[in-house]
Design a protein around this ligand. Structure first.
Ligand SMILES: *Cc1c(COP(=O)(O)O)cnc(C)c1O
Length: 545
């Protein structure tokens, strides 16, 4: 439905269901339809009560003249701002305060978030964001600091950064950490720039190839290319792991390094990691590990023991800070001893009982090779506070349990559904933090997208679809440790039911979702020809008359 200057009018008639007629409002009980703000607003309404003009004198000379010409002028919207009259309407919609509040509240109810239900997206680690984190981050001593404040006035904030850095270095078994990168992909760039600086310092700047496995997250090859490298694919084995023999065979004097995700995007641990690292080092290259999946191994595996030189940690994944629409990411990068001299500035150091910010390359001999900076200031302070709160509230034993529970939950999903859906790598053993299924076995003409849309009708955000690319019609499900058995059982029952329908060729699934505010959309058209700007239909309608 929509309301405009001519009042409320129904939009396209809705189909009723069975013998139940559609509502005239377009609303479905408490699920309320909401038009665009441009369609419900008008140029004469405002949520702000401006002072009215008592006399033409207040309106200035021009206002007085206009008032004399047009007695209605003083009442008009345009004259309320000190007699400065707009030449033309500016086309912004006006709403009263309650209309505005309802508009955004209604839209927010059509949103899906981790606080509303289970988010099975794989490769994203959508875990609960504890409220304690939020409470700590809002303490004025943390939330009100300014990056240019004198360091002696922000000792507490620097201590938080220093303590978190200590935890990250200890949990990963690495030598140092750059806290400033602002997301996983930004951390990847940080790591690859450090590798480049190290190679150049050794006179090996001619190494221009970075090897990336087929199953890599799209950010890995993008990062390597952005940093000026050529990317070469390394195939996966039938088991879903890096083909170690193929990787070793490709190493040579032109290879700068490898970027490997571990656990990988098929939800499997790369067991040959140590052997791969040794081979890469022997060939003069460096090993970058995409640590976005650290949630599956935190407290159990130290990447430093696997010979890794640099790895980003997504605080918004493993350490429970919000992401997606919920908050900015944060991607600190841990470094080996070999790369530490090239790590970016700034970082926090403890000198005596004072915390200091090291901001200059020549501050000490250990950082003379620093490649520079990733960001203007020091990183995402709000996320540091949240992540440290999460770490301290779990403790070392609790963090170990996080990864154990995450892996247990994923295997529970894998084993509960592997008789219904094809689990290509599930045959060879357990998975890590995510369960991977393919579209093999669905009826002719049915694909992963139909299963995903069916899940929406069941009240779930769809799983990750068609990724990783090494599996046909991939469905990647990551439950995380924060879901209860009851929540997992409900999800399993829903996915099983939808998958059975897709296997049986239930035609109603091809037009799902049926209960969402909008049914199946033409996603290809939306991507190819996005309509991003609202155009007033009125001039068109008038032209046609
Ligand atoms: C999420 C993710 C990234 C990118 O991290 P952002 O914080 O989204 O930039 C990279 N690799 C993998 C495997 C991921 O899951």
């Amino acid at each position: 439905m929509s309301i405009n200057q001519s009042g409320w009018r129904p939009t396209a008639p809705e189909q009723g269901k069975g013998n139940v007629p559609a509502s005239v409002t377009g609303n479905k009980a408490l699920m309320l339809e909401e038009a665009l703000i441009f369609e419900i607003g008008d140029s004469h309404t405002t949520g702000v009560d401006f002072d009215t003009f008592g006399s033409p004198a207040n309106a200035g000379a021009q206002g007085a003249k206009d008032a004399a010409r047009d007695p209605g002028f003083l009442r008009s919207q345009e004259n309320k701002l000190g007699g400065l009259t707009r030449a033309n309407p500016i086309g912004l919609p006006g709403l009263s305060e309650p209309e505005t509040v309802r508009h955004y509240t209604r839209l927010s109810r059509q949103n899906y978030g981790i606080d509303l239900g289970f988010f099975p997206l794989g490769s994203c680690t959508m875990k609960h964001n504890p409220r304690l984190n939020e409470k700590m981050a809002r303490l004025p001593g943390f939330s009100d600091v300014h990056p240019l404040q004198p360091v002696d006035t922000v000792q507490g904030a620097l201590e938080v950064i220093h303590q978190l850095a200590h935890w990250l270095v200890t949990l990963t078994g690495m030598t140092s950490v750059a806290m400033s990168p602002k997301a996983g992909a930004h951390g990847e760039l940080c790591g690859v720039l450090a590798i480049r600086a190290a190679l150049e310092a050794k006179g090996e700047g001619h190494r221009k190839i970075i090897l990336v496995p087929e199953s890599a997250h799209g950010t890995n090859p993008a990062t390597a290319a952005f940093a000026g490298y050529s990317v070469e694919d390394i195939p996966a084995t039938a088991e879903g792991r890096v083909d170690t023999a193929a990787l070793k065979a490709r190493l040579g004097p032109d290879v700068a390094g490898v970027m490997i995700t571990n656990p990988n995007t098929c939800g499997l641990f790369e067991r040959d990691m140590r052997e791969i690292s040794d081979a890469v080092h022997a060939a003069g290259g460096f090993v970058y590990c995409d640590g976005a999946n650290f949630n599956a191994i935190v407290g159990r595996v130290r990447p430093g023991d696997l010979g890794i030189d640099a790895m980003h940690i997504n605080l918004h994944k493993t350490f429970s800070t919000p992401h997606g629409g919920g908050g900015p990411g944060s991607g600190p990068v841990v470094f080996s001893a070999a790369l530490t001299p090239y790590a970016p500035l700034p970082f926090v150091e403890k000198q005596g009982d004072q915390f200091v910010l090291i901001e200059e390359e020549n501050a000490d001999e250990h950082h003379a090779g620093s490649f520079g900076r990733m960001v203007a200031f020091h990183g995402q302070m709000g996320m540091f506070t949240r992540a440290l709160t999460y770490i301290l509230s779990h403790g070392a034993d609790g963090l170990r349990q996080v990864s154990e529970d995450a892996v247990l939950n994923a295997n529970y999903i894998l084993r509960s559904l592997d008789k219904t859906l094809d689990a290509p790598f599930g045959r060879s053993g357990p998975c890590m933090h995510e369960a991977l299924f393919s579209d093999s076995g669905l009826a002719e003409g049915f694909s992963t997208i139909d299963v995903a849309k069916g899940l929406i009708d069941e009240g779930f955000h769809p799983m990750t679809m068609y990724f990783p690319l090494v599996v046909h019609g991939a469905m990647l499900v990551e439950p995380t440790e924060t879901e209860s058995k009851a929540a997992l059982d409900q999800f399993i029952a829903a996915l099983r039911s939808v998958a059975e329908r897709a296997k049986a060729g239930d035609a109603s699934l091809k037009t799902a979702p049926h209960f969402a505010p909008r049914a199946r959309l033409d996603e290809t058209l939306a991507a190819r020809k996005p309509v991003l700007v609202w155009k007033d239909p009125a001039p068109l309608a008038q032209a046609a008359e």
